[in-house]
Design a protein around this ligand. Structure first.
Ligand code: SF4
Length: 299
């Protein structure tokens, strides 16, 4: 029996569901029940009434969100060390520090934060709905974290004053993209459409034909008549884009744009996680309760 067969067998025996983020390795995406972004996946898990175990192949904060939204299910993260460096950049102390200066200003946090931070915000957002969430608030100034590029994108779109917390939070993978690389690719593929994630720099966003989250990129590629796309986000998304759009060509805007944390998950680790039911991700209830409120407000 292959490892894939073993995983499928175990999954059935244990009434488990496998969720894989868009940045996971192709072989993990292929075996998953659902592939998507973090919040889309957590919502899917909520719909799975018969499921007892969720294996969330991604990084720490995504498994935490799944645990917060699915308190009656066991949430497993295949690799304990799979941590998002951007999420680690915003601590509770940092939020409290900013709140001292801006006590009446609402705090909007990107879901790419730890549960402890979410518990101290007014509302969460994703890169897909950040603009809508900020627009929905009855406030002209907003504290927003942890990604500075996304904060500035929201400021440009809404015209509101967005204060980034921390001052320079970033995703190391999305910072790898450079407009010069896109320009080189455009010389070879002049008709290509350039899709850029809002975690990329302003310079990268300025060369984009389309700016959006991973789920928005998938929809845009599906609905577009274009045949070639230059994509500026983590390379894992290209597997899904190619699978869903046969006949269209997808080129990564920078060939080493890999999130090492996401790639810590392997089929072997997924198998062990399911077999030994580890690593169980839990969030203490007082923190989970507050973080759940911030997530539910977003929904
Ligand atoms: S791609 Fe960036 S934001 Fe996403 S998990 Fe990796 S480091 Fe974090």
């Amino acid at each position: 029996m292959t490892l894939t067969d073993e995983i499928i067998k175990l999954k059935k025996e244990k009434r488990a569901v496998i969720l894989a983020h868009n940045y996971q390795r192709p072989e993990i995406q292929d075996i998953a029940d659902y592939v998507g972004d973090s919040i889309g996946l957590s919502k899917k898990a909520m719909e799975e009434k018969e499921t007892e175990i969720i294996v969330f192949s991604a990084v720490d904060f995504m498994a935490e969100s799944a645990a917060i939204l699915n308190p009656d299910k066991k949430v497993l993260l295949p690799t304990l060390g799979a941590r998002c460096p951007m999420a680690q950049m915003l601590t509770v102390d940092e939020i409290k520090r900013w709140k001292v200066h801006y006590p009446l200003v609402p705090v909007v946090l990107y879901v790419n934060t730890l549960a402890s931070a979410k518990a101290y915000c007014d509302i969460c957002c994703t890169s897909a709905n950040a603009v809508e969430v900020v627009e929905s608030l009855n406030a002209e100034t907003v504290l927003f974290g942890p990604d500075r590029n996304l904060a500035e994108y929201v400021q440009r779109k809404t015209g509101k004053t967005i204060i980034p917390i921390p001052e320079r939070g970033f995703c190391p993978t999305h910072l790898l993209f450079q407009p010069e690389d896109v320009q080189m690719l455009k010389m070879k593929h002049p008709d290509a459409v350039v899709m850029v994630h809002p975690e990329c720099t302003l310079e990268m966003q300025n060369v984009a034909d389309f700016i959006g989250s991973t789920s928005q990129m998938c929809r845009y590629a599906r609905e577009s008549n274009a045949k070639t796309f230059i994509v500026a986000t983590e390379e894992g998304l290209l597997h899904r884009l190619r699978k869903e759009n046969l006949g269209k060509q997808f080129i990564l805007a920078y060939e080493d744009a890999v999130c090492p944390n996401m790639k810590l998950n392997t089929l072997e680790r997924l198998y062990t996680a399911l077999k030994e039911e580890k690593h169980v991700i839990t969030v203490p209830e007082p923190v989970a309760k507050r973080a759940r409120k911030a997530l539910e407000r977003m929904f």
